[in-house]
Design a protein around this ligand. Structure first.
Ligand SMILES: [Zn+2]
Length: 329
């Protein structure tokens, strides 16, 4: 007991904030030295806001609440959000929080709290969390977040891959079918038009129109109303139509992953996000596709495919870890 108390008093604490589409999760985390397992001491869940003042205000409110409850000042603050954050910390795009575009959010928070502060892409946060929490023995990994779209982060040879602008590791808009469906980004056939939650919904509607998924149609009520959830909700019943759609979806997930493996040669691919709730089935289907259809990509390699191991707090924990990197300089 005494050892635990001593560690609590001496390990540095950080606050990590994960600004999601509807909710903002903030955690107070202890990061033991030498890459030890992060310990979440407290958490605060608040609604996300699109407006710039309200969005920053919500982060300030969460950080303040965590500091007051613990009667502690963290060593640094890290914030993760969906979108592009450039090397200077300026938010360049933010689909969930458009009010933050053009803002130096880290600068604003740094002034408010007088602490080292960093803002980064949420998938980069997920990648460093995966590296520290679930794949500690791995030097190179690709983290892929399957949600409404697809996020990505790459840790290569132990370092988060940044690129010229800080935008490296965005596989969602790799084009995998030039004649494919229109993507909101303006291109056609992006990976995320097939292998995200939105993509699963599209594949499900195709199957329904072809008469191959009658129970998915019955669950949704009409073709237009069919969403990815109508498929995933039926998976546990063993419904043939739902399983066929999900297998096709997994084929597209595997296709993108195969390309990433060829380009980056990771030891592990970590899949997180809403669709990783069906982890065992997805892991099995993706693994089978990689071993057969994409054998060329994985031959001579021993790539671990890990689905959904990080848990819902991994984005916020990763933000705290990146905050710690900022503090370390
Ligand atoms: Zn796109």
């Amino acid at each position: 007991v005494i050892d635990c108390v001593a560690m609590t008093l001496t390990s540095p604490r950080y606050i990590g904030v994960d600004v999601g589409g509807t909710k903002t999760l903030s955690v107070l985390v202890e990061l033991p030295p030498h890459g030890g397992h992060p310990i979440v001491l407290d958490r605060e869940l608040l609604p996300s806001r699109a407006d710039s003042d309200e969005a920053v205000g919500m982060i300030v409110q969460a950080v303040t609440a965590l500091m007051e409850r613990a009667a502690t000042v963290p060593a640094a603050i890290g914030v993760g959000l969906a979108g592009f954050v450039d090397r200077h910390g300026i938010v360049r795009s933010a689909p969930n929080t458009p009010g933050l575009v053009g803002m130096d959010v880290a600068g604003e928070l740094g002034l408010r709290f007088d602490l080292p502060t960093l803002v980064d892409n949420d998938a980069n946060c997920a990648a460093v969390a995966a590296h520290r929490v679930v794949a500690r023995d791995v030097d190179s990994l690709v983290a892929v977040t399957l949600g409404t779209g697809i996020g990505g982060g790459v840790v290569l040879d132990g370092r988060l891959l940044r690129g010229a602008n800080g935008f490296a590791g965005e596989p969602g808009h790799m084009v995998i079918d030039p004649d494919g469906p229109e993507c909101p980004c303006g291109q056609r056939g992006c990976w995320e038009t097939f292998a995200s939650g939105t993509g699963l919904g599209r594949l499900a509607r195709e199957a329904v129109v072809a008469g191959r998924a009658p129970n998915v149609l019955a669950a949704a009520g009409s073709v237009e109303a069919v969403q990815g959830e109508h498929v995933t909700d039926l998976l546990h019943t063993g419904d043939d139509g739902a399983l066929e759609v999900f297998a096709r979806f997994a084929g597209y997930v595997a296709l993108g992953i195969a390309n990433l493996i060829l380009l980056l040669d990771p030891e592990a691919v970590v899949i997180s996000g809403g669709l990783s709730a069906h982890g065992e089935l997805l892991e099995h289907l993706v693994g089978a596709e990689l071993d057969t259809r994409f054998a060329t990509s994985v031959r001579h390699r021993n790539v671990k495919i890990l689905v959904g191991p990080g848990g819902p707090e991994s984005g916020a924990i990763g933000a705290a870890i990146l905050g710690a990197h900022r503090q370390a300089g």
